[in-house]
Design a protein around this ligand. Structure first.
Ligand code: F6R
Length: 364
């Protein structure tokens, strides 16, 4: 039941602090400050490569994980959407971990890709929300999300729970490969344990985002920009907006702007910039200035430091808490979800049952 909420999607957005905490509880051992995966009978330190396959929002969670596996565990990662992967004859060498991400555990293309990898001798890991699903049954390493049933067709809480599991997996692989000291692991456990509080902070901007939605609702096109792990978030933001508000939106890596999409920019195109302060911030700010110089209206989503530095002249700013890089994508997911939600409400579309879409895509 929706309870006090107007839509399931809204309820599910607000459930995130609870379900992410619930999910992390089964991956973090607070007692000795370690990351603990479910019991498995092979040694993850032997993995020499990761192949990630998924569709839609689950694919974007995988794209975030690619940055983490490379950065923290120094593992080579290949990633593709399932509909391409299964038909492109990928090279799968012994010692590979094939990782499938799915809310439903039944997406036809992802399941077919899983079976293909299994036949090719890969170790099969699955991040899945439905524990009785086909993918869960066929996994060697089952990594459940505990998001609870997701009713809204647009995925929200399943996504942040996937990210929580993938962050724990990245940290675990890093430990196994000798890339993290005990102290660093303990620090990551502490930081991850802070995630639910950070999600609550992000949710506290709901009214503000609702108030800016009427500024975005009349747009015909919206661009989302991000760098590093926030690039997949830009793609996810654009997907959410397309799905439920039917506004054409595209996500781009900030640095790709000048290679084409900047031609689209004028006063009528809002540009949503996802940019936590940090080493890549200056670069994104200069991309943002290029947009502004062409009359583009920028909504900057950043932390206090980033907004103090670059917020002036923006159409709007949304302030996120300053968080560890392993948590930022979870936190930044919240404002993009809320923005899509409120724009759809402003346009009067059917938020929970968008046209042409099904919750589980069991045909290819
Ligand atoms: C977007 C959305 C879809 C799904 C995709 C994969 O909001 O819900 O893009 O993410 O169909 O579904 P699962 O995760 O069930 O494999």
């Amino acid at each position: 039941e929706k309870g006090e909420f107007r839509h399931f999607m809204q309820k599910e957005i607000f459930e995130q602090p609870t379900v992410v905490a619930q999910t992390l509880r089964s991956y973090l051992r607070r007692i000795d400050q370690t990351v603990a995966l479910p019991q498995i009978d092979f040694d993850l330190s032997k993995i020499n490569r990761v192949t990630i396959v998924a569709c839609g929002t689950s694919f974007y969670a995988g794209m975030v994980a690619k940055y983490w596996f490379e950065q923290f565990a120094r593992l080579p990662v290949d990633i593709d959407v399932a509909s391409e992967f299964r038909y492109r004859d990928p090279v799968l060498e012994p010692g590979g971990l094939a990782l499938f991400i799915s809310q439903s555990g039944e997406t036809a293309d992802t399941l077919a890709a899983l079976r293909h990898c299994k036949a090719a001798g890969q170790t099969i890991a699955v991040v899945v929300n439905v524990p009785t699903s086909s993918m869960a049954r066929e996994a060697d390493l089952l990594l459940p999300t505990h998001a609870g049933p997701e009713i809204g067709v647009a995925s929200t809480k399943a996504f942040t729970c996937q990210l929580a599991v993938l962050a724990a997996l990245a940290a675990h692989l890093a430990v196994k490969r000798g890339r993290l000291t005990r102290a660093e692991e303990a620090d990551i456990v502490d930081q991850l344990a802070e995630t639910p509080a950070c999600l609550n902070d992000a949710l506290s901007h709901d009214d503000e985002i609702a108030a800016m939605a009427p500024l975005i609702a009349p747009a015909r096109d919206v661009l989302y920009l991000g760098r590093g792990p926030d690039y997949p978030l830009a793609l996810e933001g654009a997907l959410k907006l397309k799905e439920i508000s039917y506004i054409h939106a595209e996500g781009y890596a900030s640095g790709e702007m000048k290679h084409g999409p900047i031609a689209l920019i004028d006063e009528a195109v809002p540009v949503i910039v996802l940019a936590p302060s940090g080493p890549l911030f200056e670069k994104t700010v200069s991309n943002m200035q290029e947009v502004r110089a062409r009359g583009g209206k920028v909504v900057l989503i950043s932390d206090a430091e980033g907004i103090a530095e670059a917020g002036e002249g923006c159409l709007a700013t949304i302030e996120m808490p300053k968080v560890h890089p392993l948590i930022a994508p979870l936190v930044y997911a919240v404002p993009v979800q809320l923005l899509a939600y409120h724009v759809a409400v402003a346009k009067g579309t059917d938020v929970d049952q968008p046209r042409n879409l099904a919750k589980s895509v069991t045909v290819e």
